[in-house]
Design a protein around this ligand. Structure first.
Ligand code: ADP
Length: 219
């Protein structure tokens, strides 16, 4: 099977870390930025690095951007360029277009003009840090929708030695423990009677308000 190719436009902090991570994972990455220096900095890392203006449709065609299955638009500050680039790439028929948004309004516009996935890296990281700060047992926090999230929670002293039946999170908080990680092992159908160990990690799905109550109760 042919290796999947990714094009990343905008080599700011976010774009360059996506490009570097994909390269480390063994994928072919085309990095594009209008800033020569940014291109020079990333050129030793990714497969191809090209200096071009992504709001120039002809330049994008000439780069063969249409052959890329996935394109990530990581232009943050310059919202106008981000929107124009998204429109052009959408018109060119890129199958999967992922675009970083600077704020909610920018995100709404990107959704309207056909971005397949709009991401808010700063907002999402801010949420994760906030949850980790309120409860150090929270290792990760992933927002699924306006109402629902998933948290990864390390067992606290109040949980160790108890089992899921004792904790009764479904009845008390309406949340679901979907899996329990023990070291590198992931148990996706946890037994309600098994006692929880010190370094176990619970993967819990629930409504945001309920998850906050649960976090506070158990930390
Ligand atoms: P971050 O917040 O992730 O650091 P920035 O908005 O600071 O993101 O960086 C975005 C990058 O996108 C910059 O390197 C900038 O040169 C590049 N960029 C902005 N507009 C265009 C464009 N029209 N074509 C190509 N690259 C662009």
């Amino acid at each position: 099977m042919a290796k999947r190719q990714y094009a990343i436009i905008g080599m700011g902090r976010f774009g360059s870390s996506v490009a570097t991570a994909l390269t480390d994972m063994g994928f072919d990455v085309l990095a594009i930025d209008s800033n020569e220096q940014r291109i020079q900095e990333i050129s030793n890392i990714v497969t191809h690095a090209v200096s071009a203006n992504s709001t120039d449709e002809e330049a994008m065609r000439a780069l063969g951007i249409r052959n890329f299955e996935v394109v990530v638009v990581a232009i943050g500050q310059d919202i106008q360029s981000s929107i124009l680039t998204t429109l052009i790439l959408k018109d060119l028929g890129i199958p999967t277009l992922i675009v970083k948004a600077q704020n909610e309004l920018h995100g709404k516009v990107l959704n309207k003009i056909g971005a397949d996935k709009v991401i808010f890296p700063e907002r999402d990281m801010g949420l994760r840090v906030a949850h980790h700060l309120t409860s150090p047992n929270i290792l990760d926090y992933i927002e699924l929708s306006d109402d629902y999230s998933i948290v990864e929670m390390k067992t606290s002293d109040k949980m160790i030695g108890k089992n899921l039946k004792d904790l009764d999170v479904r009845a008390r908080y309406g949340c679901n423990v979907m899996a329990i990680k023990t070291g590198t092992k992931m148990n996706i159908s946890p037994n309600a009677n098994d006692p929880l160990d010190k370094d176990d990690v619970l993967i819990i799905l629930g409504q945001k308000d309920d998850l906050v109550k649960l976090e506070l109760e158990f930390s």
